[in-house]
Design a protein around this ligand. Sequence first.
Ligand code: ATP
Ligand code: MG
Length: 321
Amino acid sequence: MIDAGERTKQGAAPSTKRSCAVARREILDRIQKYVDPFRIRKGKGFRLKGFDPGDTCGLQLGKGEAAELLARGTQWLAEEQDMLYAQDRWSLLLVFQAMDAAGKDGTIKHVMSGVNPQGCQVFSFKQPSREDLDHDFMWRYVKCLPERGRIGIFNRSYYEEVLVVRVHDEILKRQRLPPQSVSKRIWDQRLADIAHFESYLTRQGTIILKFFLHVSRAEQKKRFVQRLERPQKHWKFSSADIRERGFWADYMDAFEEAIRATATQHAPWFVVPADNKWFTRLVVAAAIVEAVEKLELSYPVIDAAKKKELAAARAALAREK
Ligand code: ATP
Ligand code: MG
């Protein structure tokens, strides 16, 4: 008899499990080269300048490799998520940050396409409400953290507190902080708070991956123009987006400092090239698959009492007419 601990999700026998392991190893080797160049584990000295938003690692979508890898990656993630849920020990927090039109929504949609919606929650953080502003800055994000066994996606996140809030003074004023908290050191202090918070979450079993979808200013313009030209995209357009575009350099400085202060081994940043949507999705999927694979998830092994219970249930069903 093969129990749940010895089976793969599809119920394969051990020899099939071995060949699955080889196939997985092979994909892991293949995806590694699309993850490594973009992962920042040590923020000190980080410069955005060396990262090209148009980078595709020499890969061309036409060759089909990207599409195939993405399809396999999303399928793999769906399988892993089932085990993550069954194991109920880890949670996964995926943070997405970007300038407008960098493709956050589309990336989340594609990468999570095969995942069981019950094990996955997406939260989009917009401007804070009055109730949010009556609390400390982390309050609204903490409420949305994923439970054990789940994948939580933050479409924008607590990083807005050191990005848009840093770029616009008036937003900070709305937070009504005590005067002694608003000094020149506020951004370093906030970044240190975020870094500590992420260390804390990691120790609690949350795996944190942070994605900065790095779009170029020229590509953003192209996408805005397309939104204005296509009636079915008009709903996506907001003149606030054009206004924010005017603060591009300030945002890039703020991103650079955020990554510098918070990229760590346990909560790495990925500076994902975002001028080619297919490549963005591939890198994000590959990074998630790689991180989850490291957990070496498996279905919980059942104990003797549970085995006895299953045998009794089988026997009871067999006795039924
Ligand atoms: P899309 O445009 O694709 O719908 P989006 O994430 O840009 O997605 P919007 O409703 O356009 O959503 O924008 C949300 C706005 O809320 C952004 O301008 C963002 O900077 C702002 N925002 C998010 N968090 C905060 C915050 N903590 N304080 C102030 N503004 C914030
Ligand atoms: Mg927007």
